[in-house]
Design a protein around this ligand. Structure first.
Ligand code: TMP
Length: 216
């Protein structure tokens, strides 16, 4: 069974789309309104899930099987949901998560070609919750590449195992996200991430305000 959680917000999109800036802006907007907010990320968000993240993103000698990748993503997610997300929601906090199950549909489903029905079974069996609002930061692959390359040149980080994939992979990721947004227009808001970071953040805050009006 899947349960939609109104105070659970997720950010999705490819690398270089500006999720961190948007996450801070959403957190600040909720804090300014006196709300309790928990910010977290996937894969990761608990000590054990962060260890799984290291396994997932580390560049090793042995190629990772696509199902191993999918199952590790869900192992980290199950831990994260139980330890962090559900308890926070239960006490009435907002949870803003940088990536969630939609990333598994886009990366492991659309881009790696794994069976969507299998992913859906894992979602139902091991996760059980769906965000009330998902902001998709949509950016074309060439612009995203230019941004992440700039980051790498600044020495902020070397590309991880998934960032090292080819452009065709990221085209599939982008299409995977957009397809999900089209299928669930109630839950998704698609934001143009090619705009200036401050503008994208302002649009995200406006989308959240609009979403919150549903209950007032
Ligand atoms: P990040 O760099 O945005 O923190 O995300 C880590 C990487 O993990 C990114 O390349 C997307 C990938 N990912 C998946 O492939 N499937 C998933 O379910 C999640 C949550 C992330």
């Amino acid at each position: 069974m899947l349960q939609s959680q109104p105070r659970f917000l997720t950010l999705e999109g490819g690398e270089g789309a500006g999720k961190s800036t948007v996450l801070s802006a959403l957190r600040d907007a909720l804090l300014a309104d006196g709300q309790d907010v928990v910010c977290t990320r996937e894969p990761g968000g608990t000590p054990l899930a962060e260890r799984i993240r290291e396994v997932l993103l580390g560049v090793g000698d042995e190629p990772m099987d696509a199902h191993a990748e999918l199952l590790l993503m869900f192992a980290a997610r199950a831990q994260h949901v139980t330890q962090v997300i559900r308890p926070a929601l239960a006490r009435g906090a907002w949870v803003i998560c940088d990536r969630f199950t939609d990333s598994s549909y886009a990366y492991q489903g659309a881009a790696r070609g794994l069976d969507t029905a299998f992913i859906a079974a894992l979602e139902r069996g091991a996760v059980g919750i769906v965000p009330g609002l998902t902001l998709l930061l949509d950016l074309d692959v060439a612009s995203a590449r230019a941004r992440t390359r700039g980051r790498d040149l600044l020495g902020e980080s070397a590309p991880d195992r998934i960032e090292s994939e080819r452009d065709a992979f990221f085209e599939h990721v982008r299409m995977g996200f957009r397809e999900r947004a089209t299928r669930e227009p109630e839950r998704f808001r698609v934001l143009d991430a090619s705009l200036r970071a401050e503008q994208v953040a302002a649009n995200a805050v406006a989308a959240l305000a609009d979403y919150r009006k549903q209950w007032s």
